[in-house]
Write a protein that binds this ligand. Structure first.
Ligand code: AHM
Ligand code: MG
Length: 331
C-alpha cells in the first residue's frame, strides 16, 4: 500500500519541482489549508454552536450575511493577513479591498476570496464552499498596493481553488499544472491527496441551472436547455443544488455543465467574476473543461471593479461545444 500524501507534503514537493514557486506561496497555500480546517470545524458544529441564522448585517451587495459568512470571512482575513505573504485581499464579503501590513507594501501576492459560497444553503445543512484565487502583485514590492493589483484578468491567476464542506470536506486546487483534490480526515485533522489529476469527463450528462431563470435567459440558453431535455434516450439529468462549489464539483467528477445566465433584469447574471467565475474557470481549463460567458472566454475579461458580475457557463467540453452551437444558431 502506498503512503498517503498530505496537503503539506504535496505543496512542499511542488515547491521543490518548480524553482519559481517561492516559499511565500507555499506558506500561503498552507495558511489556506489551516483556515479551511477552522471554517470546516465551525460549519460542522453550526447547529450546536447556535451560530446558524442571519447575523443582522449586510455585505457589499446588500445581501444579508449569515453568521457563518462572517465567521469564514474573519477567519480567512485573520490567517492570511498574519502570514506575511499576502499584500492585499479582495473578499466577496467586504466592500473594498483590504491592504495587509503597511498599505500592502510587502507580500508578493493578492488573494481574491468568496469565504462562504452558497450561503442560502447554510441553514438547511446543504453543502457549501469557499472559493479562492491568487495573483502576483503588479505594483513593485515596497510600493503601496493599487487598484490594478486587484483588477487583473483571470489569465493572471497563479493559483485557484475551492474548499467543499460536503459529506466530506475537500480542498481542490490548481497551480496551472493540473488539478488535485485533497480530502480532510477529521480524525487526524489533515488533508490527504485523494483525487490526483482531476479531469472533467469529455462527455457530460448533467446540466445545472436555476430553472426559474430560463424564461428571461438568452435564446441560446433556452435552445440549449431544450436540447438537454429532449434527450432522445440519451439520459441527461438536471441537477441544481444552488451551491456553486457543490454543483461545479459534482459536474467535474461526473461530467456536466453549470449555467448561470444573463437575464433581462440582470444582464450580468449573478455570479462575481473575481471571486467565483475566474477561479472556477481556471480550474475547469486545467481539468480539460471550458468556461465562458455570453461572448466567449471568461478568463480574458478585464475587470473594471472588484465586485463585477458575469454570466457563467462551465463544464465538460461536449456540452460547452453544444452550448456554443446554440449561441451561433441564435445570433
Ligand atoms: P452567494 O455567494 O451569495 O452564496 O451566491 C452565489 C450562489 C452560488 O453558490 C449558486 O450557484 C447561486 O448563488 C445560486 O443562485 P440562485 O439562488 O439565484 O439560483
Ligand atoms: Mg458566492
Amino acid at each position: 500500500m502506498s503512503k498517503a500524501i498530505t496537503l503539506q507534503e504535496f505543496i512542499m514537493d511542488a515547491q521543490a519541482e518548480f524553482p519559481f514557486v517561492s516559499g511565500q506561496l507555499t506558506r500561503l497555500l498552507t495558511d489556506i489549508g489551516v483556515a479551511a480546517k477552522i471554517v470546516n470545524h465551525q460549519v460542522n458544529r453550526a447547529g450546536l454552536a447556535g451560530i446558524l441564522g442571519e447575523s443582522g448585517t449586510q455585505n457589499s451587495h446588500e445581501e444579508s450575511q449569515q453568521k457563518l459568512d462572517v465567521f469564514a470571512d474573519r477567519t480567512f482575513m485573520r490567517i492570511l493577513t498574519a502570514g506575511k505573504s499576502v499584500a492585499g485581499i479582495g473578499s466577496e464579503e467586504q466592500e473594498d479591498f483590504i491592504l495587509c501590513g503597511d498599505r500592502g507594501k510587502l507580500g508578493k501576492y493578492v488573494v481574491m476570496i468568496d469565504p462562504l459560497d452558497g450561503s442560502s444553503n447554510i441553514d438547511v445543512n446543504v453543502s457549501i464552499g469557499t472559493i479562492f484565487s491568487i495573483y502576483r502583485r503588479v505594483t513593485p514590492l515596497g510600493a503601496a498596493l493599487q487598484n490594478h493589483d486587484f483588477l487583473q484578468a483571470g489569465t493572471e491567476q497563479i493559483v485557484a481553488g475551492y474548499i467543499l464542506y460536503g459529506s466530506s470536506t475537500m480542498l481542490v486546487y490548481t497551480t496551472g499544472s493540473g488539478v488535485n483534490g485533497f480530502t480532510l480526515d477529521p480524525a487526524v485533522g489533515e488533508f490527504f491527496l485523494s483525487h490526483p489529476g482531476m479531469k472533467f469527463p469529455d462527455s457530460g450528462t448533467i446540466y445545472s441551472i436555476n430553472d426559474a431563470l430560463l424564461d428571461a435567459a438568452p435564446e441560446a440558453i433556452k435552445r440549449f436547455i431544450a436540447g438537454c431535455r429532449d434527450t432522445k434516450g440519451v439520459g441527461l439529468k438536471g441537477r441544481y443544488i444552488g451551491s456553486l462549489v457543490t454543483d461545479f464539483h459534482r459536474n467535474l467528477i461526473k461530467g456536466g455543465v453549470y449555467l448561470y445566465p444573463s437575464t433581462k433584469t440582470n444582464p450580468q447574471g449573478k455570479l462575481r467574476l473575481m471571486y467565483e467565475c475566474n477561479p472556477l474557470a481556471f480550474i475547469a481549463n486545467q481539468a480539460g473543461g471550458l468556461a465562458e460567458d455570453d461572448r466567449g472566454k471568461i478568463l480574458q475579461k478585464s475587470p473594471t471593479h472588484l465586485h463585477e458580475r458575469s454570466p457563467f457557463y462551465v463544464g465538460s467540453t461536449n456540452m460547452m461545444q453544444a452550448l456554443r452551437s446554440c449561441w451561433m444558431a441564435s445570433s
